[in-house]
Ligand binder design. Sequence first.
Ligand SMILES: Cc1cc2nc3c(=O)[nH]c(=O)nc-3n(C[C@H](O)[C@H](O)[C@H](O)COP(=O)(O)OP(=O)(O)OC[C@H]3O[C@@H](n4cnc5c(N)ncnc54)[C@H](O)[C@@H]3O)c2cc1C
Length: 476
Amino acid sequence: MSEVAARGALIERLATICGAEHVLTQGDLSAWESDWRGRRRGKALAVVRPANTDQVAQAVKACAEHGAPIVTQGGNTGLVVGSTPDESGTEVVLSLQRMNRVLAIDKANMTVTVEAGCILQNLQQAAHDQGLLFPLSLAAEGSCTVGGNLATNAGGTQVLRYGNARDLCLGLQVVNAQGQVWDSLQGLRKDNTGYDLRDLFIGSEGTLGVITAATLKLYPQPAAQMTAWAAVPDMERAVTLLGLAQAHLGSGLTGFEVMGQLALSLVARHFKQLRVPLYQGHPYCVLLEQSDQESTEHARQALESLLERAQAQSLIEDAVVAQTQAQARELWHIREAIPLAQAEEGLNIKHDISIPISRISEFVSHTQAMLAREIAGVRLVNFGHLGDGNLHFNVQAPEGQDARHFLQTQEARVHALVYGSVQAFGGSISAEHGIGSLKVEELAHQKGPVALQMMRAIKQALDPQQLFNPGRVLHL
Ligand SMILES: Cc1cc2nc3c(=O)[nH]c(=O)nc-3n(C[C@H](O)[C@H](O)[C@H](O)COP(=O)(O)OP(=O)(O)OC[C@H]3O[C@@H](n4cnc5c(N)ncnc54)[C@H](O)[C@@H]3O)c2cc1C
């Protein structure tokens, strides 16, 4: 059979499995073929949108028989070009968009079971409607899916208290490379029965199988939440403030974000409707969130007393406490607008890194000085989840320079400088976004031969045909 005929036969078979209207081959497919950052536009053999796990399993079998690679896609909000097809026109995009249901909430077990295509915000709302909390929270929550969150082990703003996606997951349903369904959705908090397969699939970025459903932990909703915004003189004192807040608020500290002055000035420039407090004249601002199981008054007293102590120790220069939920939301909105403001400013060189918290301040001073020395006028847009040691240490072209040209000529050099420094300080080149196709080379340099050998052995054992996301995460 010719190549064209073979492709036609696969498309026909996929149409029989999922319905012809859910196998897209023509028209504007850019929503599935382009990544969120606009870094790459690929070409899919087809976009397939199954309605249930059985259709996923059949579609995987069909692709395996035809030797067609599969790129699994959720909300396509990933930041490392892992969910879009390459330019070859041979990869099938398997979109979980239609598998978006909340299947069950078990209040006694404090768990929720959802299909993998469920939008994160819809899951949060479903938990909220039952008086419960699903704490994973990130700026893309209106579009990203639970499957994508788990496949990338997403972090976000509440990791400090509740952990990342891995910590919130009790069980998965997965379609493997043979088209078989593995189900561990019982919602068990203890299950020491051999190797933890769930943990293999979480963070595997679609390279080992297709996550079709998940059982996740729920928490009681806090009785009250208070949010404060404080100006700090430098990163060292931001870290000391984090220690003080942890000692003072204990597990009530649910968010601790740091934002550099340039990051906030970009928000002020591109989102004029947002009033950014205290950023002028202060190198960093910190956003603190406290969740309280008692009352608003109790929360307010604890937070205000923390801020008084911090001021007495010269850790903060100024601070505001949100007086209403609407004000608190606006402060969070400013934090979440930073990546969007950066995108408005132009293409930039992103680094999603983690560093031991005790070394963050030294890392920032050292790396910032090195960048300034090497590339005149370069702008560092530094912000992130300081409570988790996670910085988005992004580099923007000098003011007035063409961003695309800057990226083309400086990206490799900037990455080498920053990742070299990350390694010297004992950090990680991907804290929460994953590897995708953007960081495959860096992973190979940084991971170490023993780790790489074990990772390759796992990939080969579970996906010997290289069916799932070939070339992403690892080169074999
Ligand atoms: C504005 C913005 C803010 C963000 N903030 C954060 C943040 O604070 N913290 C953070 O961790 N991330 C953040 N991200 C990136 C983050 O990875 C994603 O938003 C989200 O977790 C990905 O979900 P998705 O459904 O869009 O996955 P996609 O982008 O569709 O896919 C991501 C990866 O997962 C794989 N995948 C998707 N679904 C499945 C599945 N069902 N089974 C197997 N593999 C699958 C894909 O193949 C791909 O490799 C942000 C992104 C944006 C755009």
